[in-house]
Design a protein around this ligand. Structure first.
Ligand code: NAP
Length: 249
């Protein structure tokens, strides 16, 4: 059991996959979770399951790529909750393709959903954390942002940007006892990877690059994230944790 003292967390992309696992894991530790996703149905289902298990959750449908919508949502939340102590920037999308075939739309959509979303949520939620002199921010980046990945110029650029943001904000907020870290998953079994995880030929090729020779589970990322959000992780900031079966050594 990790220590969480009466904490509230906001997790983006909590409707499915890794974000849902993070919301469930934190809620099992007694954290009140605000589950954000694009569609009301998916964050609603995550929050309903947590509430049905006797824990505290709220669902919120917001397009994280829309800075004005994030600002409005954050303002309302800060009136409703006495404190939001933990922010997990997890929402993300991919639109893969080699550079010469990548459209400007695919470039822009992937960047907007993965990177400026972190800027907007952090800008709004970190200010009250600075006043409280306690906070945890975890950005879910990717192995693609650490070592690159052919076919993911947009995604790798956004995820590498998240690492730069993490390190800079760790320095800016350290004096206020707010830690900022990143978790870099490898290939995790979620809707994002179904296409190749369920295709034995492609899966075999992908796993050649994974020393542990298997795909990860959402819980692998959720466990690392929960630790980084706990009281116990108070002396860790500005770091990138690769949870990738050994891909980026
Ligand atoms: P996923 O199963 O596709 O789920 C993505 C979640 O993000 C969904 O809940 C989705 O909302 C939400 N989302 C997407 N765009 C959004 C937007 N504009 N506004 C609000 N919410 C939005 O993805 P995942 O595999 O769990 O990935 C989670 C994070 O881990 C992503 O940042 C991803 O880049 C990163 N990651 C994943 C892997 C992997 O192998 N799976 C590897 C490395 C990094 P809806 O449910 O409403 O659609």
């Amino acid at each position: 059991m990790l220590t969480f003292t009466n904490r509230t967390a906001l997790i983006t992309g909590a409707g499915r996959g890794i974000g849902k696992a993070i919301a469930e894991t934190l809620s099992r530790q007694g954290v009140t979770v605000i589950c954000v996703s694009k569609s009301a149905d998916s964050c609603g289902a995550t929050a309903a399951a947590i509430i049905a298990a006797g824990r505290n959750a709220k669902a919120l449908a917001v397009d994280v790529a829309d800075g004005a919508a994030v600002a409005k949502a954050a303002e309302a939340l800060l009136k409703e909750f006495p404190a939001i102590d933990i922010l997990v920037n997890n929402a993300g999308i991919t639109r893969d393709g080699l550079l010469f075939r990548m459209s400007e739309t695919d470039w822009n959509e992937v960047i907007a959903t993965n990177l400026p979303s972190c800027f907007h949520w952090t800008k709004h939620l970190a200010r009250p954390m600075t006043r409280a002199r306690w906070g945890r921010i975890v950005n879910i980046t990717s192995v693609s942002g650490v070592i690159g990945n052919a076919g993911q110029a947009n995604y790798s650029a956004a995820k590498a940007g998240m690492i730069g943001l993490t390190k800079t904000l760790a320095r800016e907020f350290a004096g206020r006892n707010i830690t900022v870290n990143a978790v870099a998953p490898g290939f995790i079994k979620t809707d994002m990877t179904t296409e190749f995880v369920n295709n034995p030929e492609v899966a075999g090729k992908v796993l050649e690059a994974v020393p542990l020779k298997r795909f990860g589970e959402s819980a692998d990322i959720a466990n690392m994230t929960a630790y980084l959000c706990s009281d116990e992780a108070g002396y860790i900031t500005g770091q990138v944790f690769n949870v990738d079966g050994g891909m980026a050594m």
